[in-house]
Design a protein around this ligand. Structure first.
Ligand code: NI
Length: 175
């Protein structure tokens, strides 16, 4: 099937709050496979949330196992109805998002979290996460509440950075 389209700012649907999942049926399994395919399209994203493809259900996928510099992580995670139950420590870090293709930004997040969720079959999961993986989980769970990282930067003037795009036919600058 065709790869699901990613909603991008300023699409107002990105501000919608998603509903908890209650049915763990074949429809859900097929959707999760499609969501994973959308995550992996192009350069694979570290995470994706269901509302980014217009499905307003509380589902996220994160996978921090493939970062250039290895970070502590739990591998590939499908998290249904995820909830952060504990936050600790705060630090700024750079984030990007499939729904905000033109910018990255510095966002303050908890460095350590505890998280509970269900797996794709409705079985309970618990994780303690730190650093980059904790950041990815917080970023993706924000999507379920209609929040983007650009809503969390302290200052849009100093904490947002335009991505460098080489335009077709344009002159490339070195350095
Ligand atoms: Ni995002």
């Amino acid at each position: 099937m065709a790869i699901l389209e990613i909603l991008k700012v300023p699409d107002p649907r990105l501000k919608q709050v998603s509903e908890p999942v209650s049915e763990f049926d074949d429809v859900l399994q097929a959707f999760i496979d499609d969501l994973e395919e959308a995550r992996q399209d192009g350069p694979a994203a570290v995470g994706i949330a269901a509302p980014q493809v217009g499905m307003f259900k509380r589902i996220v996928i994160i996978d921090c196992s493939g970062t250039r510099k290895p970070v502590p992580n739990h591998g590939h995670l499908i998290l249904v109805n995820p909830e952060i139950t504990h936050w600790e420590g705060y630090e700024p870090g750079r984030e990007g998002c499939l729904s905000v293709p033109d910018y990255t930004g510095n966002v303050i997040r908890a460095t350590h979290i505890k998280l509970s969720a269900l797996d794709r079959h409705g079985e309970p999961l618990e994780f303690e996460m730190e650093g980059y993986e904790a950041r990815a989980a917080q970023h993706e769970i924000d999507h379920l509440d209609g929040m983007l990282f650009i809503d969390r930067v302290v200052s849009r003037r100093t904490d947002l950075f335009q991505r460098k795009v080489y335009q077709k036919g344009g002159k490339r600058k070195k350095g």
